[in-house]
Write a protein that binds this ligand. Structure first.
Ligand code: CMX
Ligand code: CO
Length: 150
């Protein structure tokens, strides 16, 4: 096993009610621009990735970090339920990993509950998987393996 399993802070996921308004808030306040805009039906979100910084690449992944703004596609989705329960705010933290299958196997072996046994499709072509917040101090944690576009 190569430690640490987490290679970089990839993104902070922020739940919002109105994606377009929140994108505009981040643009007007911080000058951040949308790097990618997607609808992910499987995750139940409309989302925008805003690039922060332009750090040197680490382990083949882009060095920059991102803010991921998330608007739910409906009330019965992870972000929809979160908004109803807690209101707008930080929803999860995403970390880069080099090998997501191996990371899931290692982390699962420690007893932390995996919300995804197998990686799923995430933003900008990445491979992603979530870990249960109740086992990680109340923080919903996402693993992200960057998949370079050929
Ligand atoms: N962070 C911390 N705790 C959270 C949470 C979050 N984002 N979402 C829910 N919880 C907590 C609730 O507060 C609640 O805690 P208590 O029982 O102590 O009050 C508990 O989890 C259950 O809440 P719930 O509303 O019934 O939520 P569910 O159990 O149905 O689902 C979770 C919670 C984390 C398992 C689910 O949201 C999930 O599977 N998330 C992973 C997928 C996801 O979030 N996708 C959207 C982002 C996509 C992307 O980043 O690309
Ligand atoms: Co995310």
């Amino acid at each position: 096993m190569v430690l640490p399993l987490l290679t970089r802070l990839d993104h902070v996921g922020i739940a919002c009610r109105d994606l377009d308004r929140t994108v505009e808030l981040y643009r007007a306040t911080f000058g951040l621009e949308v790097a990618s805009f997607e609808v992910n039906e499987a995750q139940g979100v409309r989302e925008a990735m805003l690039r922060v910084g332009s750090g040197a690449p680490v382990a083949g992944a882009p060095g920059a970090g991102y803010v991921q703004l998330l608007e739910p596609l409906g009330p019965d989705t992870p972000v929809g339920k979160f908004l109803a329960r807690r209101g707008e705010g930080i929803h999860h933290v995403g970390y880069g990993v080099t090998d997501i299958e191996q990371a899931l196997s290692e982390i699962g072996g420690t007893g932390i509950r995996l919300l995804d046994e197998r990686p799923r499709h995430g933003s900008m072509g990445a491979s992603i998987a979530f870990l249960h917040p109740a086992d990680l101090g109340g923080v919903l944690t996402e693993l992200v393996q960057f998949v370079p576009v050929p």
